[in-house]
Ligand binder design. Structure first.
Ligand code: SAH
Length: 469
């Protein structure tokens, strides 16, 4: 008889009775050293114990099948033996050949359910499970799954998030979820669930990197979804009862006010977007579909359709922009206000040097404006990156001078504003040969610049994860 037994997360009182019974009547017990340790006290005296390290699973499975023909053999796996455990491998090793004796798989409490119970009830609605271990599965496949899951609004339990030698996978997974999920999504982290050293933490998606040092091989991460809440320190994913029944009177009263105004806001936003899309489609048919999206944002931000006559897209800037954002290129802005307006999900990649001490020095020495000095300070960074000018004509002229020297930004968004030099500086950018989105004339400003770059960022996110480095 060969039994593949899930021993649960660690604590022996979470072992099923059936598992306990098989272990106590085993002639041979096989398993990873760590799991054997966890059940050491219930291993019968006469039983032969065969331990193996990670990486020796195939040998162990073969041996188990062979011994199972003659003896009562128990192969133990942590959690559930059928979830990233030994059960599948044993069945594969047996293949099409009939075993002389019986094979049984005994389920156990998997890390996801043990940890969910410690956190509260984060898996109360649909959820998925994914392993970040690329020892057996190529990373490109895992990444595709992560993108798919991040796009779905369901909770995701992440197994094997990190080990001593595998740390970047978690960072990459984080970036993917940041791209598609709300920053405030509730995240639970459980280390050593139901074992010595158990640690339970609840945070939000955006703050997950602060917890990297607490995450190891014995940790599971549960990323919630929009229905997941932190209620009094417990992580719970709502299943929909609250829509049907009234059982949270107090909370509901305060929250409904909240939801009402959010909904009202959403309605206005949707209506405005529809109006703008209509206008753009009618008056700027020469724009590509993506350019129309960008133009729509500018019209929307200014509540002014006349911007359609001022917008120029030269050398395919939107597609170049989308590619650059996907490649994680840096954005350089002329003023802090433009930086502050850029989509939070990309803001880490935005730089503005206008207030840097060195910028002051450059301005004084070179007798140039501070915004121009800020661009000069950024000179080394400009090549192949994105520059967004939302305010300063002199910054725009400075940028043009660098382009003339041979520096080539990936794209330029030029929307400086004013009666002095604004229009001229933008004509220069238009003649530069660099992919650019320009608001011609004296008009422009932060809202236009931010609208343009945010639309490009949004488009790049809609197109998926793209290239990884
Ligand atoms: N068969 C096991 C999973 C094996 S994969 C099960 O069903 O639970 C190993 C991964 O499971 C670990 O890297 C970790 O992410 C998770 N894990 C296993 N036991 C855990 C525990 N006690 N606490 C937290 N995570 C655990």
């Amino acid at each position: 008889m060969l039994s593949v037994v899930g021993i649960g997360p660690g604590s022996l009182d979470l072992l099923t009775e059936r598992a306990r019974e098989r272990i106590s009547s085993a002639d041979v017990i096989m398993g990873n050293e760590r799991y054997i340790e966890l059940i050491r006290e219930i291993i019968p005296k006469g039983a032969e114990v065969i331990t193996g390290r990670m990486g020796t699973e195939v040998e162990r499975a073969k041996k188990a099948v062979e011994l199972g023909n003659r003896k009562n053999v128990v192969v133990v796996s942590g959690g559930d033996a059928g979830i990233y455990g030994m059960a599948g491998l044993v069945i594969e090793v047996i293949g099409d050949f009939d075993m002389d004796s019986k094979l049984e798989i005994i389920p156990g409490i998997t890390a996801a359910s043990a940890s969910a119970a410690l956190l509260g009830a984060p898996l109360s609605n649909d959820f998925a499970v994914v392993s970040l271990s690329d020892l057996l599965v190529p990373w490109s496949e895992i990444e595709k799954k992560l993108v798919g899951l991040a796009k779905l609004d369901i909770a995701v339990a992440i197994y094997n998030p990190k080990s001593k030698n595998r740390t970047v996978q978690l960072e990459k997974a984080y970036e993917i979820f940041m791209r598609f999920r709300d920053l405030k999504t509730i995240v639970g982290i459980v280390r050593n669930a139901e074992r010595e050293g158990c640690k339970i933490e609840i945070t939000t998606l955006e703050d997950l990197p602060d917890f990297y040092s607490h995450i190891d091989m014995s940790t599971i991460i549960i990323i919630g979804c929009s229905g997941t809440k932190n209620l009094g320190g417990r992580m719970v994913t709502r299943r929909g009862y609250e829509r049907k029944y009234d059982y949270r009177e107090k909370e509901k009263a305060s929250e409904q006010g909240n939801e009402n105004y959010i909904e009202a806001g959403n309605k206005i936003w949707e209506k405005s977007k529809a109006i703008v899309a209509d206008i753009v489609a009618k008056y700027s048919s020469s724009f590509s579909e993506h350019e129309q999206r960008v133009a729509g944002r500018v019209v929307f931000a200014n509540a002014d359709p006349s911007f359609l006559e001022l917008l120029v897209f030269n050398h395919n800037p939107v597609e170049n922009g989308i590619r650059s954002i996907k490649d994680g290129k840096t954005i350089i802005t002329d003023i802090e206000m433009v930086k502050a307006g850029i989509n939070k999900k990309y803001r880490k990649k935005v730089k503005c040097f206008v207030n840097a001490p060195k910028t002051m020095e450059i301005a004084e020495k070179g007798n140039v404006t501070r915004t121009a000095a800020g661009i000069r300070h950024a000179k080394e960074l400009i090549h192949d990156n994105i520059v967004v000018i939302g305010n300063s004509p002199s910054a725009c002229l400075e940028l043009f001078a660098f382009v003339e020297e041979g520096i080539k930004p990936a794209i330029i968004v030029a929307a400086p504003v004013g009666f002095v030099n604004a229009a001229e500086s933008k004509e220069k950018i238009l003649s530069s040969g660099i992919p650019c989105v320009v608001v011609k004339g004296a008009r422009g400003g932060t809202p236009s610049a931010v609208a343009i770059i945010n639309a490009i960022i949004e488009l790049s996110m809609e197109e998926g994860a793209g290239k990884t480095k």
